[in-house]
Design a protein around this ligand. Structure first.
Ligand code: XIL
Length: 383
């Protein structure tokens, strides 16, 4: 049974690679099995991953992994304000360009992340936003115009506003001030319609660009996520009624094993968003393990894989066609390197498709199965 399935998968690999001929010894090296992006494409889905330009240049195995698996790239840092306009009026597109050009040389598109966000703001910007409404509007206009003009020919999809909704009580980091919009320097400078303004500027500068509103904390079955879903949906509805040009909503999907996931609840939410006429994208998928998980790797990886399978399957069922993981290789994940999200003990999260040695692990196979429309392995292990 198992051997039969392996033969079937090998045959599927051969046809995806377009060779059609019977497998010969040594073919595996010349015709590697299809990458996740190719498997996703067979289902009409896009699969890609956030990438770091310096690692593409310095770590050949990292670059190979992206070449093999990622059909779409997102700069993990290089498109953020602090990277692109570190000094007022002085734009630096070197990091962003490195990602875009690496992708173009391999036929992979890059999506932009992100024009307006309360993090990765240079200090000069934070203080300038306190200098009055006119100044804040001028900075917003100048930044969006400069970035979109620069990237117009090569990036056709941008996260325009990132994380605009406030975290409700009960969230990991709840907002302490009242209001459904996140309390940020942008909100303080321009009020809640800073979101409207950003999208309108973006549409005016590049009328055919896909404009995305990106947020997190809305995927799981907790009271805080339920409230944040309500807030995000309310924001999207307000924007659509006000004819603000929002084309897509990105759900970051930084999932946590400590929080339950309910596929039908999540599916209902995705459908409610899509009913407003926006596409729904999964933009930053990764999975944090529970702190209590101290088990061996195969078992830990299996729990993560089960969650990945359930999530991707539910998203596809509800009409999501674009999936991006926030990184590809565990050792470079922000869930390992970022002090606020890494595990509090001496272990590391293993929430991306490839392990520390760049090998495909159970999460990879779980996503491949979900993209193929297959159920989890009958015995629960994603071999
Ligand atoms: C993270 C990066 O992965 C880190 O390397 C960086 O230090 C902080 O930002 N939501 C987002 C991403 O939209 O931009 C964040 O990326 C992760 C959370």
């Amino acid at each position: 049974m198992r051997a039969g399935r392996r033969a079937l998968l090998a045959a599927a690999g051969a046809s995806v690679a377009g060779c059609g001929a019977r497998a010969q010894p040594g073919d595996a090296a010349r015709n590697p099995p299809p990458g996740l992006w190719q498997i996703a494409r067979e289902r009409g889905c896009t699969f890609g991953a956030a990438v770091q330009a310096d690692l593409l240049a310095s770590d050949p195995l990292y670059a190979q992994a992206y070449e093999r698996e990622a059909g779409l790239l997102v700069p993990e840092y290089e498109g953020k304000w602090a990277a692109v306009q570190p000094v007022e009026g002085q734009f630096d597109f070197r990091g962003l360009d490195a990602v875009v050009q690496w992708g173009r040389a391999r036929g992979r598109a890059t999506r932009g992340h992100c024009l307006v966000w309360h993090n990765a703001m240079p200090d000069w910007l934070t203080s300038a936003l306190g200098e009055g409404r006119g100044r804040a509007e001028a900075l917003l206009e100048a930044h969006i115009a400069a970035v979109l003009t620069q990237t117009r020919a090569v990036i056709r999809d941008w996260d325009v506003v990132n994380e605009a909704v406030a975290n409700p009580p009960g969230s990991d980091v709840p907002q302490t001030t009242p209001g459904e919009m996140r309390d940020t320097p942008w909100l303080r400078a321009l009020g809640p319609t800073y979101v409207d303004t950003a999208f309108r500027i973006a549409r005016r500068v590049d009328p055919t660009l896909r404009l995305t509103l990106n947020d997190y904390g809305v995927e799981e079955d907790t009271p805080a996520a339920e409230e944040k879903r309500r807030r995000l949906l309310a924001l999207v509805r307000r924007l659509i009624r006000a004819r603000v040009p929002v084309d897509a909503v990105g759900l970051q999907a930084h999932l946590q094993m400590d929080k339950p996931f309910n596929p039908s609840l999540f599916g209902t939410f995705v459908r409610a968003l899509r009913a407003e006429g926006v596409a729904v994208l999964v933009t930053e998928l990764d999975i944090r393990e529970g702190r209590q998980i101290e088990d061996d790797y195969p078992r830990r990886d299996r729990l993560v894989a089960e969650r990945a399978h359930a999530f991707v399957s539910a998203a596809i069922d509800a009409g999501v066609r674009s999936f991006i993981t926030w990184g590809l290789v565990d050792k470079y994940s922000w869930t390992v390197t970022d002090k606020d999200v890494r595990r509090g003990d001496d272990r590391h999260h293993r929430g991306l498709p490839l392990d520390w040695e760049y090998n495909r692990k159970q999460m990879w196979r779980a996503m491949a199965r979900a993209f193929r429309g297959e159920a989890p392995d009958p015995d629960g292990w994603f071999r």
